[in-house]
Design a protein around this ligand. Structure first.
Ligand SMILES: Nc1ncnc2c1ncn2[C@@H]1O[C@H](COP(=O)(O)OP(=O)(O)OP(=O)(O)O)[C@@H](O)[C@H]1O
Ligand SMILES: [Mg+2]
Length: 404
C-alpha cells in the first residue's frame, strides 16, 4: 500500500510541482518533477490569475507525465509581504484534574484562534510555541499531563484574503484539491534545517527571486516569521541597469559569472555579453559585475539582520543563519554573509528527498512541502513523537533489566 503526496511551490521566478510516493515505512520516493518559469506572479503573490493558472498547469502536467500519476491534491506554499504573525494565547479548562488529551490541545489552539482578525485577512496556520499547564510554564508537549487548566502560547499566521484566495483559485482551476496552504519558510525549514539547529535556535532565510522569507526556529518550533520584498530579481535588475543590458542577459551573467566578493575576482577578468546600444558581444569586467552584486547582497543581508534583531531573538541563535533559495547558489555568499551577519552561516540544501535532481537550494520549498505534508499526515495536531507514553515506560522498564 502506497500513497501519493504532492507539493506545489509557486514562486516568483519558477513554479515547481513535485509528486512523491510514500511507502509503508514513510519513505518518500519522488516520481515526478515539473518546473517551468513563473508567470503572473510578482514578489511572491499572484498578480494575474489567468497567467499564473496556465503556468501552474504546465508544471503540474510535466510532473504528472514523469510520474505517470495525476496530481489530485497538493500542499501549496504561500509567501509574500502580506504574511503576518500575531502572538495569541488560548486557555481551556481541563476539569477535575484529568490528563490532557489531543482534543484539549486542539481546543486551546481554537481558543487562541479566536482573536480579532481584520475581515480582509485569513488564518493560514495556528502554531503552538509552548504551553502552560496549571502553573508550569514552558511545557512543550502537554499531552498526558494531569492538570486543571491548559494555556497555549501560539503564533497566528495570517495572510491577505485576496492573495490567499487568488492562489487557491489558480490551483483549484486544475481540479487539484489543496491539502494545506503552507507558509513557504516553514516548508523550506523542514527541508534544510536539522533538528539540532531547530532546537538550539536558528534563523532561516530563503532568498528567492522576488522575496526573502525569514523564519526563526527556537526550541524545535517556528517562533517568528517575516517575508521581505527583496530577492534575486533585484540583483539582476541592478546588473541590467549597471551594465545597460537586457534583463535576460543580466540574469545569465549573474548566474554564470556572479560573485559577491569582488576581491576574489581577478581585476582584469573580462566576460562577453550583448549589451543595449551595441552591436555584437561586448566585454564586461567581471569584477565590476561582482561589485554590483555585492552592494545589493549586502543590503539584503542587512535587512535580514535587522529583522532578526527586531524579533528580539538575535542573542538566542547559536546555530546562526541558514541561507537557502535560488540566490543561495551565488558564489561567495557564505563568506560575505558571515562578515555582515557576524553569525555562523551555512547554505542549506534540501536533502533526503529526490536525490541529486532536487539537491539544490532553489528546491528547498518544493521538497519541504512534501516533508511538511508527510509530518502533518503522520502526526496528530501537534508534533507527536513516535513513541507513546506507555511505550516509553516499557522501554524505560526494559532498560532497568539491562546489565549496567
Ligand atoms: N546559480 C545561481 N547563482 C545566483 N543566483 C541564482 C542562481 N540560480 C538561480 N539564481 C537566482 O535565484 C532566484 C530564484 O530563486 P528561487 O527559485 O528560490 O525563487 P522563487 O521560489 O521562484 O521565488 P520566490 O520564492 O521569491 O517567490 C533568481 O533571482 C535567480 O536569478
Ligand atoms: Mg521560493
Amino acid at each position: 500500500m502506497t500513497e501519493l503526496i504532492a507539493g506545489l511551490d509557486i514562486g516568483t521566478t519558477k513554479i515547481c510541482a513535485v509528486i512523491g510516493e510514500v511507502d509503508e515505512e514513510d519513505q518518500v520516493y519522488i516520481l515526478g518533477v515539473g518546473e517551468v518559469p513563473s508567470r503572473g506572479m510578482r514578489r511572491g503573490v499572484v498578480v494575474n490569475v489567468a497567467e499564473a493558472t496556465a503556468a501552474i498547469g504546465e508544471a503540474v502536467e510535466e510532473a504528472e507525465r514523469e510520474a505517470q500519476m495525476p496530481m489530485q491534491s497538493a500542499y501549496v506554499g504561500i509567501s509574500g509581504a502580506h504574511i503576518a504573525a500575531t502572538p495569541s494565547r488560548g486557555v481551556v479548562a481541563i476539569g477535575r484534574g484529568r490528563s490532557i488529551t489531543v482534543d484539549d490541545v486542539e481546543r486551546a489552539l481554537e481558543a487562541a484562534r479566536a482573536i480579532a482578525i481584520p475581515h480582509n485577512r485569513e488564518i493560514i496556520h495556528t502554531l503552538a510555541r509552548s504551553f502552560t499547564v496549571d502553573e508550569q510554564e514552558g511545557v512543550r508537549d502537554p499531552i498526558g499531563m494531569v492538570a486543571y487548566r491548559l494555556e497555549v502560547d501560539a503564533q497566528i499566521i495570517t495572510g491577505a484574503s485576496s492573495a490567499v484566495q487568488n492562489l487557491i483559485r489558480c490551483v483549484q482551476a486544475h481540479g487539484i484539491a489543496i491539502d494545506d496552504l503552507v507558509l513557504q519558510p516553514l516548508a523550506s525549514g523542514t527541508a534544510v534545517l536539522t533538528n539540532a539547529e531547530r532546537e538550539m535556535g536558528v534563523a532561516l532565510a530563503d532568498i528567492g527571486g522576488g522575496t526573502t522569507d525569514i523564519a526563526i526556529f527556537l526550541e524545535g518550533t517556528l517562533w517568528h516569521t517575516v517575508v521581505l520584498d527583496v530577492g534575486g530579481n533585484h540583483m539582476t535588475q541592478d546588473v541590467a541597469v549597471g551594465l545597460r543590458a537586457p534583463f535576460e542577459t543580466a540574469e545569465e551573467l549573474k548566474k554564470r559569472y556572479g560573485h559577491v566578493l569582488p576581491e576574489r575576482v581577478a581585476a582584469d577578468e573580462e566576460v562577453t555579453a550583448s549589451l543595449f546600444g551595441e552591436n555584437g558581444a561586448q566585454s564586461v569586467s567581471r569584477r565590476f559585475l561582482s561589485q554590483i552584486l555585492q552592494a545589493r547582497v549586502e543590503e539584503i543581508l542587512e535587512l535580514i539582520l535587522r529583522e532578526v534583531k527586531r524579533s528580539g531573538y538575535d542573542g538566542l541563535l547559536p546555530a546562526g543563519v541558514v541561507l537557502t533559495g535560488g540566490v543561495a547558489q551565488t558564489a561567495g555568499l557564505r563568506d560575505l554573509s558571515r562578515d555582515v551577519l557576524q553569525l555562523p552561516v551555512r547554505i542549506g540544501l534540501p536533502n533526503g528527498l529526490g536525490g541529486a535532481q532536487l539537491a539544490n537550494p532553489a528546491y528547498a520549498t518544493a521538497v519541504g512541502l512534501i516533508q511538511w505534508g508527510l509530518q502533518q499526515r503522520r502526526s496528530r495536531p501537534l508534533r507527536r513523537t513516535a513513541t507513546s507514553p506507555l511505550l516509553e515506560r516499557i522501554i524505560a522498564w526494559l532498560r532497568t533489566l539491562l546489565p549496567g
